[in-house]
Design a protein around this ligand. Structure first.
Ligand code: ARG
Length: 583
């Protein structure tokens, strides 16, 4: 099964080729003048330019060859040499029936590969900030998309549990309470009272102090080193920190509908580090530099100098890059992915470039099998990375709570949800909140930064998640009403302009998926969902469904509504957005 755009493109390409021109000119796009055409080809203009010929003359040659294609109702040359194509109603009807009969709503499948997606990347005891939020939202969507198209995918949270912040926490806990200090130093006693609230307080305090106090910093460095060397009391405290943080984080991710297949941490790569260091040495890649061990990753032709990858610090501890490199080895041996995607803040671009290059050098991955998918920041109204009114980082938990409160308010204002039970109302408000946050993020290309504006994100009007939920719920209620009145769906027939437009929008699902997949960019799916909602809304206004002029037409329009709803819910699910039954 192939979408109409692609099928037409193949026909136009063949026509160009038959004219002795490159088939590449045959690319077809959705017409920007739907009143005149469904699809257009601009290839004659480019071909004419390259060949020094007249574009209309080329277009005429192509047109002559396409004449007689039974799928085309009309075929015209416009302006300097655009080729405008309109499809017959039968062609659209056949295509939509195909989509309606397909449980995948017309989605393509890819040649399956093993793909690992590294996203969210929360850290022990450090509150998650908006960078982690964006990574979670984008990564979750990519995971669902890749899996839907047929890849074997694992999502890994890559928990930050092995670096300097662990040493800081051990020092801070030891200073705070003699009982905890005894556990740290003598591995003696039970851990009591060291809960999330304590961690939340200790970490920022310790991080702040380490910035100013060199002795404190050195203690934390030594503690990190001792932990990594296996000091038993430190390990016990550390395990406790990890457990407390992970439990809290899992709760927050669940609220966001973000799920990982693996909850591996940086620490899981630790057992592989010694071997990795040996392999780097054996390949002559590891060099000593100011009593640290580094890998030089510069390449000829680099526009700027990239610092080397620090593998073993002068204290002998593993660094961020060390665990990342060893994690690639771990992933290769446990899953052997053809592709690893790292969904991490653009500001870590250099770090990943260093790790990737080192990994190619030592042979843990093929060139190109590692991709850093950077993203921009979520900013406050001042254009700087978002901070709370108090100037701190916004915790994910608080963000969700804020969005939920706003969603309740929005539902009330719009007169929605009044007939729901209190539990259903809460569940709908939660879905509206999550849709608002996620859609606001995913509608932008991931590289773009955007401004956090909860008022706009939660509106039921405009290009928002709540608008899409509202349109979906509207279709659901239409279908429920039809059922209550005893009407059922029947064969789809595409006739009216609004039906044609809806058919073309449904056909465009394939291209949206293909593009989102190729560019690792869910915004193409967000765009598709929005377009589908808008076109459905137009159709609903122009074409009566329940009171259609004939029973056949009613059955056709009901089927068209069902098909739209299913494709819409599929698209939203790929964005990580769940649709409520009622509002
Ligand atoms: N924990 C890191 C941070 O908070 C993100 C981890 C990203 N993934 C990775 N493999 N380095 O910045």
């Amino acid at each position: 099964m192939s979408d109409l755009k692609q099928a037409l493109g193949e026909a136009v390409s063949a026509a160009f080729a038959a004219e002795g021109l490159s088939a590449d000119y045959g690319r077809v796009t959705v017409s920007d003048r739907p009143d005149l055409a469904d699809f257009q080809s601009n290839g004659a203009l480019a071909a004419a330019k390259a060949a020094g010929r007249n574009p209309r003359e080329i277009a005429t040659g192509v047109l002559e060859r396409l004449k007689g294609d039974p799928r085309l109702a009309s075929l015209e040359i416009a302006g300097p040499g655009f080729l405008n194509m309109r499809l017959t109603s039968d062609t659209l009807t056949a295509r939509v029936r195909e989509i309606a009969a397909d449980p995948r709503s017309g989605a393509p499948m890819v040649e399956p590969r093993r793909v690992l997606i590294d996203y969210a990347g929360p850290n022990v005891a450090k509150p998650m900030h908006v960078g982690h939020l964006r990574s979670s939202i984008i990564g979750e969507s990519l995971k669902r998309l890749f899996r839907f198209l047929g890849d074997e995918v694992l999502g890994d949270a890559h928990f930050g549990d092995w670096g300097f912040q662990m040493g800081l926490l051990i020092v801070a806990a030891s200073d705070e309470n003699p009982a905890w200090a005894r556990i740290a130093e003598q591995d003696d006693g039970e851990i009591e009272g060291l809960d999330l609230a304590v961690l939340d307080r200790l970490y920022p305090m310790a991080a702040g102090r380490a910035k100013e106090d060199k002795d404190y910093r050195d203690r934390a460095r030594r503690a990190t080193m001792a932990l990594q060397s296996g000091k038993s009391g430190y390990l016990r405290l550390w395990r406790h920190f990890v457990e407390v943080s992970r439990t809290a984080l899992k709760r927050e991710f669940k609220a966001l509908d973000v799920e990982f297949d693996l909850w591996k941490g940086e620490s899981d790569a630790d057992p592989l580090i010694a071997r990795m260091v040996e392999e780097l040495k054996a390949k002559g890649l590891l060099v000593e530099d100011q009593s640290a061990q580094i890998v030089r990753i510069n390449r000829e032709g680099d526009k700027r100098e990239l610092p080397p990858l620090l593998v073993v610090s002068s204290e002998g501890s593993a660094m961020y890059g060390t665990t990342d490199l060893a994690t690639i080895l771990d992933r290769k041996e446990s899953f052997d992915p053809a592709l690893i995607l790292y969904v991490v803040d653009q500001r870590q671009a250099d770090h990943f470039e260093q790790v990737f290059r080192a990994s190619y050098l030592v042979g843990y991955a093929h060139e190109g099998a590692l991709e850093h998918l950077g993203f921009g920041t979520m900013n406050g109204p001042d254009g700087k990375p978002f901070k709370t009114r108090e100037g701190g980082v916004l915790k994910l938990h608080d963000l969700i709570e804020m969005a939920r409160e706003k969603a309740r308010q929005r539902l009330h204002e719009a007169g929605l949800g009044a007939e729901l039970s209190p539990e259903d109302f809460e569940s709908t408000a939660h879905k509206v909140a999550v849709a608002a946050i996620k859609f606001a993020d995913l509608q932008n290309f991931r590289g773009t930064s955007y401004i956090f504006d909860l008022d706009r994100f939660t509106s039921f009007e405009g290009k928002t998640g709540p608008y899409l939920l509202y349109q979906s719920v509207r279709i659901k209620s239409l279908l429920r009403r039809a059922e209550a009145e005893g009407h059922s769906a029947g064969p789809i027939v595409i006739e009216e302009p609004a039906e044609r437009e809806l058919a073309l929008a449904l056909d465009a699902f394939d291209a949206a998926l293909t593009e989102a997949y190729a560019k690792r960019a869910p915004n193409f799916l967000a765009e598709h969902a929005y377009r589908l909602a808008q076109v459905f809304s137009k159709f609903y206004a122009a074409c009566p469904v329940l009171i259609a002029p004939t029973p056949e037409l009613r059955a056709s329009r009901l089927a068209l509504s069902q098909t739209t709803l299913r494709q819409m819910e599929t698209t939203l699910a790929l964005l990580g957005i769940a649709t409520p039954e009622r509002m």
